[in-house]
Design a protein around this ligand. Structure first.
Ligand SMILES: Cc1cc2nc3c(=O)[nH]c(=O)nc-3n(C[C@H](O)[C@H](O)[C@H](O)COP(=O)(O)O)c2cc1C
Ligand code: SF4
Ligand code: SF4
Length: 434
């Protein structure tokens, strides 16, 4: 009797629908240099990308030279990336022709036109021209934090909910295809800005655009980078370093029960794990810019393979099974259990005796990992009675799974700060407080 294959080995369905925009997988190029031309987007689709948001179109601009900068952290370049580039510097006619051609060649891929213009008439004209290309959707760029905002566009719109809502409502009025609003992270609270887009009738939101920043200083020329002659300006920060900020903002909208619009998540997605995190926090499509700029379209292979493998491992057959699964795990600090405790445990078989955990705990935590007296193994010893479970040693340990944070069954019932304030519950003295 032939045995049927176990269900988990079947290929999970990666197709997605973000605000009415369908794509064969959730991986889209973000509006940026990798989505600047027809030949690029077509090559990206051949490489496996499920969609692309075209480099923002608007009235003709000129770009400066130079225009990019990057942070180097312990020798690794591009952990954070910065640019002072504006929207497309190619003509509208050429762009619209190439979008039409790309959509004709790849009818099942998501092609989204990003737009940024000033007047209602211009919005009407460019939206109609975008629809005429056969594109699947429009993204309103309310996020660019340099150059365009000084002309009253980009983040200047994204920071003003009233203006955001009004322009969104124009776009929705003029458009017969879905409208996504791309939000700026250069605000203290993302909620009013997401709600403004919703009130304007948007079908979904995209976030984040880049973060206003100065990437660094040329310390011999005494000049800010990237340098245009002897001057520079603030740019937009992105890449792996911004992922925590992007997740924070995506999560804030995803858990707001009065919001409910689909989210296209962006910001520092560099591998399949990042992709999974954005999906678990409520994104239904994922956009990538910096990782493609640094390493090319081929990075999508690892993203697709890793996502599929992860879905198989957890028994997810389609993306909807996992989108938003981590959203309920967020709570305000006051609801966290003050009696929940963990301690660090070192796996002596894996430890290489480097002592990095000893240094970190002694100088940056609670002085409770001690050098071993055994000079042969050099495996440090954790004083569990003093360990506050802060994770620092696990973070610095260079060996995978060598230090585990293990839950302590301390016998105390859950107690939160909010219960203490509301009901006057006593708080017990904790380790590390002496
Ligand atoms: C060089 C460069 C140019 C960009 N141009 C645009 C643009 O024209 N329109 C837009 O909406 N976002 C633009 N972005 C922002 C990206 O689409 C994206 O929101 C941001 O880079 C965060 O994603 P990442 O961390 O994957 O790079 C640009 C980013 C970079 C680095
Ligand atoms: S978890 Fe924190 S306190 Fe405990 S041993 Fe590690 S660094 Fe020290
Ligand atoms: S950092 Fe990790 S490998 Fe190094 S001594 Fe500590 S436990 Fe061992």
């Amino acid at each position: 009797m032939s045995e049927s294959k176990p269900a988990l080995s079947a290929r999970p369905d990666l197709s997605t629908n973000c605000g009415g925009i369908q794509s064969p997988n959730p991986f889209w190029l973000a509006s940026a240099p990798p989505a600047n031309s027809g030949l690029q987007v077509q090559r990206a689709f051949e490489a496996g990308w499920g969609g692309a948001v075209w480099k923002t179109l608007g009235q003709p601009i000129q770009n400066v030279s130079s225009r990019f900068g990057a942070t180097k952290v312990r020798g690794v370049a591009g952990v954070g990336f910065n640019n002072i580039e504006l929207i497309t510097d190619r003509s509208l006619d050429i762009n619209f022709r190439e979008i039409t051609e790309t959509k004709r060649l790849f009818p099942n891929h998501a092609v989204v036109v990003s737009l940024m213009v000033e007047t209602k008439e211009e919005w009407k004209e460019l939206i109609q021209r975008s629809i005429d290309t056969g594109a699947d959707g429009i993204e309103l760029n309310f996020g660019c934090p340099h150059g365009m905002c000084e002309r009253g566009m980009g983040s200047a719109v994204g920071q003003e909910p009233r203006v955001n809502q009004e322009i969104t409502s124009w776009a929705v009025e003029f458009s017969t295809i879905p409208v996504l609003v791309k939000l700026t992270p250069n605000v203290s609270d993302i909620l009013p800005h997401g709600h403004a887009a919703k009130s304007g009738g948007a079908h979904g939101v995209t976030l984040i655009n880049t973060i206003k920043s100065i990437i660094g200083i040329d310390i011999d020329r005494f000049a800010i980078e990237p340098r245009v002659g002897n001057l520079s300006t603030n740019g937009g920060y992105c890449g792996a370093a911004v992922k925590p900020i992007a997740l924070h903002m995506v999560g804030a909208l995803a858990r707001d029960s009065t919001f409910g619009l689909p989210i296209s998540g962006i910001g520092g997605i560099s591998n399949w794990r990042d992709a999974v995190e954005f999906l678990l926090l409520g994104s239904s499509s994922l956009q990538v810019c910096t990782e493609v700029m640094l390493r090319g379209y081929g990075v999508v292979d690892d993203m697709i393979e890793g996502l599929e493998e992860y879905m198989r491992k957890h028994g997810f057959t389609k993306l909807d099974d996992m989108i938003g699964r981590a959203v309920p795990s967020f709570s305000e600090w006051g609801n966290l259990d003050l009696n929940y405790e963990t301690v660090a445990k070192i796996d002596a078989d894996k430890c290489i005796g480097c002592q990095l955990c000893v240094v970190a705990c002694h100088d940056g935590a609670h002085q409770c990992i001690h050098p071993s007296t055994d000079t042969k193994t050099r495996v440090p010893v954790v004083d569990e009675s003093e360990c506050v479970g802060c994770n620092l040693c696990q973070i610095v340990c260079p060996v995978a799974d060598c230090i585990s944070m293990v839950e302590v069954a301390n016998g105390f019932a859950s107690a939160t700060w909010n219960q203490h304030v509301d009901e006057g519950n006593a708080l017990r003295p904790k380790k590390g407080a002496h």
